[in-house]
Design a protein around this ligand. Structure first.
Ligand code: NAD
Ligand code: A1AUG
Length: 541
């Protein structure tokens, strides 16, 4: 059993400003030039060995300049996947025998490396590969990932320290064991921090992992893997396989030793994975833990007492930062008419003025959407909106893929709150606004609660405290992360543990003790110092 020692007290990593003339800006610009000037191989990592794998090649391009190739991977074949699972199993005995402190030290060292010498590299890779602005890369690939690693160590230590009551003559103990088998971590394109957290959280708890990053995030994933190796992650503990994941799932989800699935991505993919696990349920050695954080149709409700300037900023930043490609992005807003009349023109003007372009020009507010598929889907949404009599495009509404996958930040006003624009996750810079009569606040709360299958994030904006209380109660199950007088994005590890319910996921809160406990199979141990030696009760003589 692990000894309980104190671990460094975690604190959120300070967000650097990248102001003109700052040292961090200079270093970042040099990295952007270096990483953007050539194309590299993006190999798998199986048992510590690099290999390109046997499937067809896939290029990672810069979304804002799709002719620029950053690197090339190969789609993992069934053989690659089998080798990754075998490597994970082979590494398991030594990894679980290693003390918690030793495992934790690797992640604490990774956090320090990312905070210092690796910061510019991982941020630049995220900017180039995922089209994040410097501000969006900094809060994701530097700060959030550092926070995940530091805070998880502290949460895991507290879990280990939690021990049961012992009564006279008996010593009760609780041991946090890893799961039997391997964990399959599947990660999305939109956050380098999530990609880094999903394989490492189970690993911290003593598990071995097969990690399948998103192809469009593979450039930053490759560099994250190199960082983990430099931090001392032993070969085989995290096995990174590349590509679309179809062959990997075929192998991993059919393996009797699948112990868990740690997923973040779309609801559709998660349901597919869960279904496959369900179909195989009798074949596993243990019941696999399934943790999935998925899509959202995140809301802003503005009461008639809302501050118009707070509302304007909440919509612009909540809906359009990172091109609306955050699971938490505001994509439906319900605004009281009296406030809407004060905010509409300024909101439209500010939205039209947002600068969009190549993210290596650090003055841009938004970059491109991630790939051709996202671009085509969003371009169609904008086209359809223009001919729909219930919708009015107030700002944006255009898309241009000649150089990069650019979609203008778009505001669509809709008279029918049950329209698709208020229900479906488009995952792009599109927000639908429904204007309601001031006195219909109660009715609109019901529409927000029932209008979409998701329940990830949401915000109420109101200066009237009774309205805040009413919304908080009426929308209790409509969001796992609920904001009062703020935008519904930008959660910080240790401050707003993140995740949602309903179709948005299992709500196990990434970067929390609750999440880590899913990767542990506790053993309760009772030791009796002087055990009874007779079986009969006292009154039986
Ligand atoms: N709730 C959250 O915390 C959270 C956070 C980030 C993103 N998201 C959601 O993620 C989605 C966007 O990310 P995305 O486009 O990368 O999602 P996605 O579902 O398309 O892909 C997610 C991952 O699953 C992989 N994948 C797809 N099918 C697979 C299969 N059969 N086997 C193995 N892997 C498979 C993809 O390659 C990728 O690595 C949005 O819906 C967003 O809301 C949610
Ligand atoms: N933690 C992020 C969301 C991650 C999902 O994409 C936020 O709160 O904006």
């Amino acid at each position: 059993m692990d000894a309980v020692t104190n671990v460094p007290l975690p604190q959120n990593e300070p967000v650097l400003s990248y102001a003109p003339g700052s040292a961090e800006r200079e270093e970042l610009v040099a990295k952007l030039e270096e990483l953007g000037s050539r194309s590299i191989d993006l190999p798998m990592r199986i048992g510590g060995e690099s290999r390109m794998g046997g499937g067809e090649p896939i290029d990672v391009v810069q979304p804002h300049r799709h002719a620029a190739v950053l690197g090339t991977m190969r789609n993992a074949t069934r053989e690659d996947a089998r080798d990754a699972v075998a490597a994970a199993k082979a590494a398991a005995p030594a990894w679980r025998a290693m003390s918690f402190d030793d495992r934790a030290a690797i992640l604490l060292r990774a956090a320090e490396l990312l905070s210092g010498p690796w910061r510019a590299t991982i941020n630049a890779a995220t900017m180039l590969g995922q089209s994040k602005t410097v501000q969006q890369a900094e809060i994701d690939s530097a700060c959030e990932l550092i926070d995940f690693w530091r805070f998880n160590v502290s949460y895991a230590r507290d879990l280990i320290a939690q021990q049961p009551l012992s009564v006279k003559g008996v010593w009760n103990r609780m041991e946090q064991r890893p799961l039997e088998g391997f964990v399959y971590a599947i990660t999305p394109f939109n956050f380098t921090a999530i990609a880094g957290n999903l394989p490492t959280a189970p690993a911290l708890m003593g598990n071995v992992v097969v990690w399948k990053p998103s192809p469009t995030q593979q450039f930053a994933a490759e560099l994250t893997m190199r960082l983990l190796e430099e931090a001392g992650m032993p070969p085989g503990v995290i096995n990174m396989v590349t590509g679309d994941g179809l062959a990997v799932s075929d192998v991993a989800l059919n393996d009797p030793e699948l112990a868990g699935v740690h997923f973040t991505g779309s609801t559709r993919t998660f349901q597919h994975l869960w279904r496959s696990v369900g179909e195989n349920i009798a074949n596993y050695r243990s019941y696999p833990r399934i943790v999935g954080e998925t899509g959202g149709k995140d809301f802003i409700v503005a009461h008639s007492s809302a501050d118009p300037e707070v509302l304007r900023t909440a919509i612009v930043r909540g809906a359009f930062e990172y091109q609306g490609q955050k699971c938490s992005a505001a994509s439906r807003a319900f605004v009281a008419r009296s406030v809407w009349e004060q905010v509409r023109d300024d909101l439209v003007t500010e939205t039209e003025a947002l600068t969009m372009g190549d993210v290596t020009d650090l003055s841009n507010f938004v970059g491109a959407v991630i790939d051709r598929r996202a671009f085509d889907k969003l371009a169609k949404v904008l086209e359809d909106a223009k001919s729909d009599p219930t919708l009015t495009v107030l700002a944006g509404g255009t898309a241009d893929d000649s150089v990069g996958y650019f979609v203008r930040p778009t505001i669509i006003e809709g008279t029918d709150p049950s329209h698709d624009v208020f229900r479906t996750e488009y995952f792009g810079p599109v927000v639908a606004v429904h204007v309601y009569e001031d006195e219909k606040f109660d009715e609109v709360l019901k529409v927000v609660d029932e209008g979409s299958a998701y329940a990830l994030t949401g915000a109420v904006l109101a200066r009237d405290r009774a309205a805040v209380a009413k919304a908080s109660e009426a929308l209790r199950f409509a969001a796992g992360n609920f904001y009062v007088n703020d935008r519904p994005t930008g959660s910080i590890v240790g401050q707003q543990p993140f995740g949602g319910g309903r179709a948005s996921g299992t709500n196990d809160k990434a970067g929390s003790a609750q999440n880590l406990s899913r990767w542990s199979s506790p053993r309760a141990i009772k030791e009796t110092f002087v055990a009874p030696t007779v079986s009969s009760y006292p009154h039986q003589g």
